[in-house]
Design a protein around this ligand. Structure first.
Ligand code: PRX
Length: 656
């Protein structure tokens, strides 16, 4: 990283207020109310969180100290005893919610299942007993490699119930990726399924587990539990492999939740940086429970009648925090969908919304861009009038994609919460509270109460309005990661040493560039590793890409730099086109002109490369690092294990 700050060039003037009706019924009803909460929390964050922890969660034993902060290591609710599975299940059973739908599940082939709180509780207790029977004890790690079926959530909650930290590995990852994560996490048991349905195919999972365990590198795994989902043939190794349904039948449904220490590890979740092996992000129990509970409640504005659907996979942090733990802790109805839009049913998401009357819908910008490309006739052909609130997460959303989401999916009536956060932060950090904070397309708006976010230069000094810089957090928060599993030094180096502590105060470095406008709204500009430097100006990727996407021909764009003798670096734009447009010299010229018009000559791409698809991670993030290699004619280097489709890279190479 150089000493320069990042320049911001995006101009976005549109402002959207929630309707008076929405605000009146909302958890947080006005900007004034938000501001009061924010000020109160900033003045004394510990007190703020402790009051909520007391009010909102069940503790077996109260803490002695709210926060023990030995930078960069935090402990929240020291010596408090709590169990997140108890908070997600048991405490609702003594209320009217006992027979409320906790989980509504829709399989890709169209099969479905609904579990009430009482039913989910029973399944979780039984499965917790299965784990115990296999010798899993408090503190043992459990690998979960599953499709999006109810058993994935049941497995997570059962682990939490007995205090065995889970490590969920996304079901789309390869056997090698799974093996590395099982080794690093020293998992004792792996829970999987024969397969799962994705895009009309039965994707094998057990087979991948067998591959991961073959060769003997994974020495910790003693047992493998297999859910029968697709019915495809699998090899069962006697003594090691067991069918879920067999064992589930043989145990009692009585399994009291283990009182866990607030700081006991709840899970490890691996996240990849641009270099090095994936980091095992460690989250603990009490603080994470509180943070996901509060953010779900206020940001998704949960009402008891809501049908809430987050389209993420449980293999990502979004699935952990906002499909399973946050919604269930609040006693909400959470929808889980196994499938993905596919050629046989590109409108399947809209079918799910219509079928269950989904009211709150949370998805990713990459999905929204794909919906735009598929055309608005698909959502228009369904009744989406049940929706009242929309959300996005995962990347900066281009203002034009935001507008499309607002108009076509939200029918011009649903607020959009653009939520900025990370695997490491555990929960949402910067976001509108939908009844209180007017939104601007492309901005995640304001920090959540209790989150002291700022934008600084490399010395740690706050930068002024509209100046780009590094996004940081100045005070610990309950949902923050506690360490990198097995590597506390890496935790310190990656997140706490880029920006030097000021007056002994450590700040959390998120690795994103951002600016704040005069209204205090944050605009996240992308990963600082992706920043480009043209003629001495550092530009974030998001703004130039948004300018390109605002042209009617462009569906998706990714910009990277390549070395240039004159400018230092020149911009290369990779562009995918909307259905009816064809690549041409003329269009290339037009797009360059369009960027000049939208932003200015400084951001004019030197080269436009048309492509059918962009290389993405399996969670949908564009891998600009690979494009950078291609643009400058280098071999693709570094870790490509998270790449979704290698064919995309080959095609891009051919086209080069
Ligand atoms: O660069 C930011 C981007 O995604 C990163 C975190 O990725 P991950 O740990 O996979 O978590 C994704 C789900 C929380 C961030 O550092 N990011 C996420 N949400 C946004 C975003 N960038 C801009 N706006 C967002 N709303």
């Amino acid at each position: 990283m150089s000493q320069l700050t990042i320049e911001s060039i995006l101009q976005e003037k549109r402002l959207f207020h929630p309707s008076a009706e929405f605000s009146q019924n909302a958890q947080i009803k006005s900007l004034k109310e938000y501001q009061q909460l924010y000020d109160k929390a900033s003045a004394d964050p510990e007190k703020f969180w402790a009051e909520l922890a007391q009010q909102e969660l069940h503790w077996f034993q109260k803490w002695d100290k709210i926060l023990d902060w030995q930078p960069p290591f935090a402990k929240w609710f020291v010596n408090g005893k709590i169990n997140i599975s108890y908070n997600c299940l048991d405490r609702h059973l003594t209320t009217w919610r006992k027979n409320k739908a906790a989980l509504i599940w829709e399989g890709e082939p169209g099969d479905s299942r609904t579990l009430t709180y009482a039913q989910l509780h029973r399944e979780v207790c039984q499965f917790a007993n299965v784990l115990k029977q296999l010798g899993v004890q408090k503190g043992d790690r459990v690998g979960i490699y599953m499709p999006m079926i109810p058993e994935a959530a049941i497995a997570m909650l059962a682990c939490a119930r007995i205090g065995a930290p889970h490590t969920v590995v996304f079901g789309g990852f390869s056997a090698e990726a799974l093996r590395d994560r099982l080794i690093d996490g020293e998992a004792k048991v792996v829970i999987t399924a024969d397969g799962g349905y994705r895009k009309d195919a039965a994707v094998p999972l057990k087979e991948q587990v067998d591959k991961a365990l073959a060769g003997g590198d994974v020495t910790s795994v003693e047992n493998v539990l297999v859910v029968r989902r697709t019915g495809q043939e699998v090899q069962m190794e006697p003594g090691r492999d067991h069918w879920w349904h067999d064992l589930q039948q043989s145990v009692s449904a009585d399994c009291p939740a283990e009182p866990m220490d607030s700081e006991d590890m709840l899970f490890i979740l691996y996240t990849s940086g641009s270099t090095g092996k994936p980091k095992g992000v460690v989250h603990t129990t009490g603080g994470y429970n509180l943070y996901t509970h509060m953010t779900t409640k206020w940001i998704f504005d949960l009402q008891d009648t809501d049908v809430y659907w987050c389209t993420a996979d449980v293999g990502w942090i979004t699935g952990h925090s906002y499909i399973v733990y946050g919604p269930l802790s609040n006693g909400a109805t959470t929808v889980m969908y196994e499938g993905a839009p596919r050629s046989s049913n590109p409108g399947c998401f809209w079918d799910v919304i219509e079928k269950y009357g989904v009211t709150v819908f949370y998805t990713a910008p990459t999905a929204i861009r794909a919906f735009i490309k598929m055309g608005e006739h698909l959502p228009k052909a369904r009744n989406l009038s049940s929706l009242r609130l929309l959300g996005t997460v995962g990347e900066p959303i281009n203002p034009e994609a935001w507008m499309w989401y607002y108009r076509v999916i939200g029918g011009d009536r649903c607020p959009i919460v653009d939520t900025w956060w990370q695997t490491e932060t555990g929960g949402i950090m910067i976001t509108p509270l939908p009844g209180a904070i007017p939104t601007k397309p492309g901005s995640a708006t304001r920090p959540f109460p209790g989150i002291l976010a700022d934008i600084v230069d490399l010395e740690g000094n706050s930068v002024g309005d509209n100046a780009g810089g590094y996004l940081i957090v100045r005070h610990p928060w309950p949902g923050m990661m506690r360490t990198v599993y097995g590597d506390p030094d890496r935790f310190r180096r990656t997140y706490w040493e880029h920006i030097p502590p000021q007056d002994g105060k450590y700040v959390y470095f998120a690795g994103d560039g951002a600016r704040r406008d005069k209204d205090g709204y944050f605009w996240v500009m992308g990963r600082v590793d992706d920043v480009i430097n043209v003629s001495g100006h550092r530009l974030g990727t998001m703004e130039v890409e948004s300018a390109l996407v605002s042209h009617p021909a462009v569906a998706e764009a990714a910009i990277v730099s390549k070395p240039d003798e004159v400018k230092g670096e020149d911009i290369v734009a990779f562009v995918t086109l909307e259905g009816t447009y064809q690549p041409s010299e003329q269009l290339s010229k037009e797009l360059k002109q369009h960027v000049v018009k939208e932003i200015g000559a400084i951001a004019r791409p030197g080269e436009i490369r048309f492509t059918d698809a962009l290389p993405k991670t399996r969670s949908g993030k564009i891998m600009r690092r690979l494009l950078r290699n291609l643009a400058s004619g280098q071999e693709v280097s570094g870790d490509t294990s998270t790449l979704e489709d290698r064919g995309v890279l080959d095609k891009l190479r051919e086209g080069a």
